[in-house]
Design a protein around this ligand. Structure first.
Ligand code: C2E
Ligand code: MG
Ligand code: MG
Ligand code: MG
Length: 281
């Protein structure tokens, strides 16, 4: 519309683009300093057994609170971090933080559970993730079975032989691998038999409409059948209602993650959830 509205309209459009570029640049400068200024934190969201409400795992989710501009959601700064290469130091910080925190909880006597960290495709494709994970485990003392790496389908596009080799190396270390946002990417199903995965995460877009839209329900059901057939475990993301939970239970999904149980919470609140060992709904 703006492009069609003549000379002034076009100038306005260009001005908007410059303003956007400047905001992006200012954000990058701030993100660059975020680690040293200790503005990054991990929040944790429990993964819960539908059967008895026990906490069976947790996902670490990155939070950035900038001194100047306040909280910035990951959906805004992760893409920027990927474009600028900042995802590499930030991603390393996330892996190390999650390992040290999980080990500290275990040292404090809390029942051990696995922590899942998100590793973006760019970060994974750099080839450095195995070495970073190995060092984080060694430095923290966390046993590898208490770490899970969440990848997305885009990891398996492009040089898939390199991706496969890295996944095999993580598995050989004893680290678990899950496929995040399953069904939303652009991959073929063939990779499910080829790549060494442990778990599929049913994306929240399917869970959201599961009780109201036959197509979402069908996709969730097919994902669960696929996981069972391939001996993978399955977690549903974005479970917000009892109706969604019960429907997922009926179609064979027993592990849930979502606001129904808990939002992602700061470490001290996650410690309380781990101490209780279960989440009541
Ligand atoms: P994700 O890995 O799929 O994480 C799940 C997202 O769903 C999280 O958003 C979580 O807060 C949100 N969520 C959980 N339960 C519910 C629910 O019941 N309803 C709704 N509506 N949302 C729910 P968040 O924390 O904003 O993170 C968004 C995305 O940013 C993540 O999606 C992940 O792709 C990325 N991200 C977050 N932390 C990291 C990180 O440390 N590294 C990388 N590379 N990416 C990260
Ligand atoms: Mg995730
Ligand atoms: Mg997800
Ligand atoms: Mg996502």
């Amino acid at each position: 519309d703006m492009k069609r509205s003549g000379r002034n309209g076009f100038r306005f459009f260009k001005g908007e683009m410059n303003a956007q570029a400047l905001r992006w640049l200012a954000l990058e400068t701030r993100l660059r300093r975020a680690i040293e200024r200790e503005e990054l934190a991990l929040h944790y969201q429990p993964q819960v057994s539908r059967i008895d409400g026990s906490v069976v795992g947790m996902e670490a989710l990155l939070r950035w609170r900038s001194e100047e501009i306040g909280a910035v959601p990951p959906g805004d700064f992760i893409p920027l971090a990927e474009d600028t290469g900042l995802i590499h130091p930030i991603g390393e910080w996330v892996i190390r933080r999650a390992c040290f925190q999980n080990k500290a909880w275990q040292n404090a006597g809390l029942a051990p559970v696995r922590v899942a960290v998100n590793v973006s495709a760019n970060q994974f494709k750099s080839g450095a993730v195995c070495a970073i994970v190995r060092k984080a485990l060694a430095d923290s003392g966390l046993a590898p079975r208490y770490l899970e790496v969440e990848l997305t389908e885009s990891v398996m596009l492009g040089d898939s032989a390199a991706a496969e080799a890295q996944m095999a190396e993580l598995r050989a270390m004893g680290v678990s691998l899950s496929l995040d946002d399953f069904g939303t990417g652009y991959s073929s199903l063939g990779y499910l038999s080829r790549f060494p995965l442990d778990k599929l995460k049913i994306d929240q877009t399917f869970v959201r409409n599961i009780t109201t839209e036959g197509r979402s329900a069908a996709i969730a059901q097919a994902t669960i059948a696929l996981a069972q057939g391939l001996s993978l475990s399955v977690v549903a993301e974005g479970v917000e209602t009892v109706g969604q939970r019960d429907f997922l239970g009926l179609i064979g999904c027993d592990v849930m993650q979502g606001y129904l149980y808990s939002r992602p919470v700061p470490a001290h609140e996650m410690a309380q959830l781990l101490a209780k060992g279960r989440v009541a709904v």
